[in-house]
Each structure stands twice: as structure tokens, then as C-alpha cells.
Design a protein around this ligand. Sequence first.
Ligand SMILES: Cc1cc2nc3c(=O)[nH]c(=O)nc-3n(C[C@H](O)[C@H](O)[C@H](O)COP(=O)(O)OP(=O)(O)OC[C@H]3O[C@@H](n4cnc5c(N)ncnc54)[C@H](O)[C@@H]3O)c2cc1C
Length: 382
Amino acid sequence: MIIEDHPAIGTPVHCGECISDIACENLNLKLPEHVISLRVHGIRVIFPDGTEKCLTEEGYVLEKHLFERWIAEEAIEAGASMHLSHKLTSMERVEEDGRFAGWMCDGKGDEFPIQTKVVIDASGVAAVCSKIVRPTDEKPLNEMGKVVAGMQYEMLEVPTDGYLDFYIWPKYAEKGYLWMIPKCDGRANVGLVTEDRPRTKKALDEFIDITHFKELEQVPPPWKEKGNPAFGGTIPISGPFDNTHYDGLMLIGDAAGFTSPLFEGGSHLALKSAVYAADTAAAAIAEGDLSAQRLSVYSRLWKDEFPPYDKILRGKNALFDLSDDEMSAMARCFPDEMGDMGVSGKAMVGLRLLFRRPGLYFKKIVPAMLAFGYSRARYYGW
Ligand SMILES: Cc1cc2nc3c(=O)[nH]c(=O)nc-3n(C[C@H](O)[C@H](O)[C@H](O)COP(=O)(O)OP(=O)(O)OC[C@H]3O[C@@H](n4cnc5c(N)ncnc54)[C@H](O)[C@@H]3O)c2cc1C
């Protein structure tokens, strides 16, 4: 059973909508034409002084709501039942002969109460099960971490050469970045993520005001009929939650805190963790063992596969410890293509820095450099 609290799958969209070829291969996704908006060639990072460097790798910008509907239809075809306008609000343990036997779930929607052997929490940043499941009386399953705000506009007639433009301009996006993500017919998402949540919209408007985007028309996205044209959401940034499994429960995607630290992509991680959780659930149900011990296989699977969050986060923090000027000086030492620097490429960057800005060489440039490397698709960056 799939439950979703909105009356439709996929809307409102809260995503920049890009996914890499590597993600599609890794997830065995054969995208149908109607969910694809545009073929893209990678990410161009634009530093504060305008220096541009590329992370070239092929991918797609999706019509994300159509993509999510397609995935849901695939699930239904494979035997799932879909229950829209169903919101989970509580879960009680069910025990038989002193043994854990599942969850009695309650909430708003006709199907409730629902008894189930395993719950897979895919509730996104709401992380509902982490809040309502209390292994001990005092504490919930997980404490909530930090989130950043993301917001974007759809714009028309946006010039593009098929790269996603990511601006690391801390003046407008504190510990975040701004983007232009091109779509079909000259459309594009222009937006940002920032840790300065109260200033999100103002900062985006200011950025648009001083760039070529100022001349372009903002329109509501096709799925939005009325109201403010801006759309977005929040993204967890504290890394994976401490407890991603429990008796008869697994957390996946944003609900488990799985986002890539530098550019905050989450779809690839969400879908891969979903595969691991589904496989683990099927095996555990077949064996009749729904215990936390049995489901710990799931946490082991994602830990073995996903890149080291703390290490990349250190790199991100090192990057944002640099002033705008230092960041740009570092970027000027990078090769035009940052994707495949390798050991010798990194050594060359080190030498250039030592020669041009020795002071910078001794700052934490190496972890900052690594953060870009870990933002590539093969490390679940997008
Ligand atoms: C502005 C912005 C731009 C982004 N850009 C990108 C990008 O370009 N590429 C990328 O890979 N990632 C991007 N991300 C991150 C990406 O959107 C998320 O990581 C991804 O959507 C996570 O998927 P999910 O299935 O875990 O959660 P979600 O997509 O958030 O889905 C959770 C679902 O659970 C439902 N739900 C919540 N609570 C309940 C409840 N109690 N009962 C029933 N249903 C419930 C919600 O309605 C929702 O439909 C972006 C995020 C933002 C905010």
C-alpha cells in the first residue's frame, strides 16, 4: 500500500528536477519521453568573481511531477495499491505471543486504521515516523536535524548551452548556491538554497535583479494554476539520521536525511535507498522476522554504498570558510573541467595555489576540492 497525504502524486513540485544518466543506470530506470524535459551535459559552477568551471556528465532535467506519477504507476502495475489524501499520524506496536508482529497505523483517510508488517517511511523532510515512533517513552526515534530552504521561479526564453548553472555566491545564498536549470522550450528553473531561511525570497529576487535574468518573464509552472509563481521547500542538511531502521520500520530518502551535502541533490539517494528497503522488507516478511535486528541489513546496505557524509560536509564547511575572493582565487587554479582531476590534477591545483596564493594553500583547500568531486553523479550528487 502506498499512502500520500496530498490529493495527487508529484505536486507541488519541490525540486530543481535534474537527474544524471548514472543515477538512471544505477536505478535501472528507462525514462519514458513524456517525463523528460531536456537533455543536459552537466554542471557549470560559477564562482563569486564569475570564474566558470565544469563538472561535465550527462543527465536529464525532468518534469518531476510527471516522473513521480510514472514511478507511482509502475508500482501500481506491479501490484501496489495507491491511497491519496491519506495522512499518517500515529503508529502503535502490534505484538503476537510476545513477539513484534507489525504496526497499527492511524491517520486521516478512509483506509485507516491500517495494520502492516513493515512501514517504509518515505515522508520526505516531514520525517513523520522519526517523530511519532518512540522506542522509549521519553525520546522519539530520531531528533530532527537542520534544514535549508529552497525556492525557485520558472522563467521563459532563458539562454542555455545545456549545462546546469550553479552560482556559488554566498552574498545571496548563505552556505548554499543559486541555479539556472534549463528545461524544454526555453523554460528554466531559477532558484536557490540558503541557510538564511527568512531571506530566501528576498535574496533570490535580489540575485535576479543584478543578473541577465532580470529581463526575463517569470511564469507559474504548468502544474500550478494560481497563487505565487515561486515554488520550493526545505531540504535536510544534517546527514543521515542515527536510526534508519527499527522493528518493522525503515526510513528512506529525505525522511532518513539522505541528501548530497554540497548541492543538496536527493532523488538518486532517495530512490536507491528505496530499492534497498523494499528488498530488505520482502526478504524479512518472507522469513517471518520483522525485528530491528533483521532490518539492520538495510542500514548496512546504504552505509556500504553511500559516500561519507561527514567527510563531504567538512569540505563544504571549508569551502564556505573562504572569503569570496579566496574562493574565486582557488577556482582560478582549478582546471576548466573539475570532474576528473585525479591525483595529478589535484597536485597541479596545489602547486598553482602555492605559487599564486601561498596563504590559501595552507587553508583547508583539499577538503573543499573533494566536496566538488563528491558532488558528481557516481557519488550520488545528482
Ligand atoms: C527547491 C529544491 C530543489 C531541489 N532540487 C533537486 C534536484 O535538482 N535534484 C535532486 O536530486 N534533488 C533535488 N532536491 C531534493 C529532492 O527534491 C529530495 O531529496 C527528494 O524529493 C526526496 O524524495 P523523497 O521521496 O524522500 O521525499 P519527497 O519527495 O519530499 O516525498 C515525500 C512525500 O511524502 C508525503 N508525506 C509527508 N508526510 C506524510 C504523512 N504523514 N502521511 C502521508 N504522506 C506524507 C509528502 O506529501 C510527499 O509527497 C531539491 C529540493 C528542493 C527543496
